[in-house]
Ligand binder design. Structure first.
Ligand SMILES: O=C(O)CCC(=O)C(=O)O
Ligand SMILES: [Fe+2]
Length: 310
């Protein structure tokens, strides 16, 4: 399992590799192959499971596309809740294999997310008493999550395209599996865009805006993007982990005091997604109560960061 030093590391920059995560390599391979079989279907078939304009689940362009004038060089498939309905549209006779793999992946990712949450929160002195919605066993049973499959085809002119434009995730944390083609980059303060190279069997953990709020900025969400490759196809699976629907997320009382006032107002995941849909990369700042102190700066405050592309 990842250790406390992992949690400490995650605090500095919001992105970390989790190597000894206990997830079976066979399962990671199975998810990759399930995703590839989905994206290799004829486009007319994929469109049968198209994400509706106001829906969450299904096939389509990057969810953040509406904020940009140009299309991104990628296609995605979002699964929220059971994959059954969409899978039936894609493979009317043969949907079970896909569903089984996704459901198994969801189960193990949920367990891993709960462990990672306690590693991070534990290193801040937070325990089960402090988070009622973690439930009586502290296993975050009511947590919500979506699975996002991403496909980035090889691109003849990679300098003029973007796989996925710079964004932070509206999650507590995101566990990312990437195939052996690099492309993911994270923004490092004072350094710039840094590639997170794929390591066989490793998962990447990106911290989202909700852990940023919950920790009152002690853990910062990470601005990340995906660049494309001239010759190689890239595939990734993001497990987007968040709180139960009705839970208000706000800075934990133990982490605030006269010297560190709460920086963010209380908000549910659903409300925050609405705010994100409106303000995109300014969403976190839009729920901030007062200016950061002690050098804490929202990732979204880097207003000079260019998130578009030529
Ligand atoms: O493909 C990747 O590596 C990142 C995907 C991502 O950032 C997302 O789905 O939110
Ligand atoms: Fe992301």
């Amino acid at each position: 399992m990842p250790s406390t030093s992992w949690a400490m590391h995650a605090g500095h920059g919001g992105c970390s590799k989790s190597l000894n995560h206990g997830i079976n390599k066979t399962l990671l391979d199975a998810v990759e192959s399930a995703g590839k079989s989905l994206f290799s279907l004829p486009v007319q078939q994929k469109l049968k499971a198209a994400r509706s304009p106001d829906g969450v689940s299904g096939y389509g362009v990057a969810r953040i596309s509406s904020f940009f004038p140009k299309l991104m060089w990628s296609e995605g498939f979002t699964i929220f809740g059971s994959p059954l309905e969409q899978a039936r549209l894609l493979w009317p006779q043969d949907y079970k294999k896909f569903c089984d793999v996704i459901e198994e992946y969801e189960k193990v990712m949920k367990q891993l997310s709960s462990k990672l949450m306690w590693l991070m929160l534990g290193s801040l002195g937070i325990d089960q008493e402090d988070i009622k919605w973690a439930g009586p066993n502290g296993n975050f049973k009511g947590a919500n999550a979506a699975i996002q499959l991403n496909s980035y085809p090889a691109c003849p002119d990679p300098d003029r395209a973007m796989g996925l434009a710079a964004h932070t995730d509206s999650t507590l944390l995101t566990i990312l599996y990437q195939n052996n083609t690099s492309g993911l980059q994270v923004l490092r303060e004072g350094i710039g865009w840094v590639t997170v190279p794929p390591v066989p069997g490793a998962l990447v953990v990106n911290l989202g805006d909700l852990i940023h709020m919950l920790s009152n900025g002690l853990y910062q969400s990470v601005l990340h993007r995906v660049v494309v490759n001239r010759t190689r196809h890239r595939f990734s699976v993001a497990y987007l982990y968040g709180p139960p629907a009705n839970v208000q997320i706000s800075p934990l009382p133990k982490l605030v005091g006269p010297a560190c006032p709460p920086l963010y107002r209380a908000i549910t995941w659903a409300e925050y997604l609405g705010t994100k849909a409106k303000h995109f990369n300014k969403a976190l700042s839009s729920v901030r109560l007062c200016a950061p102190i002690n050098g804490l700066v929202d990732v979204n405050d880097h207003s000079s960061v260019e998130v578009g592309w030529r």
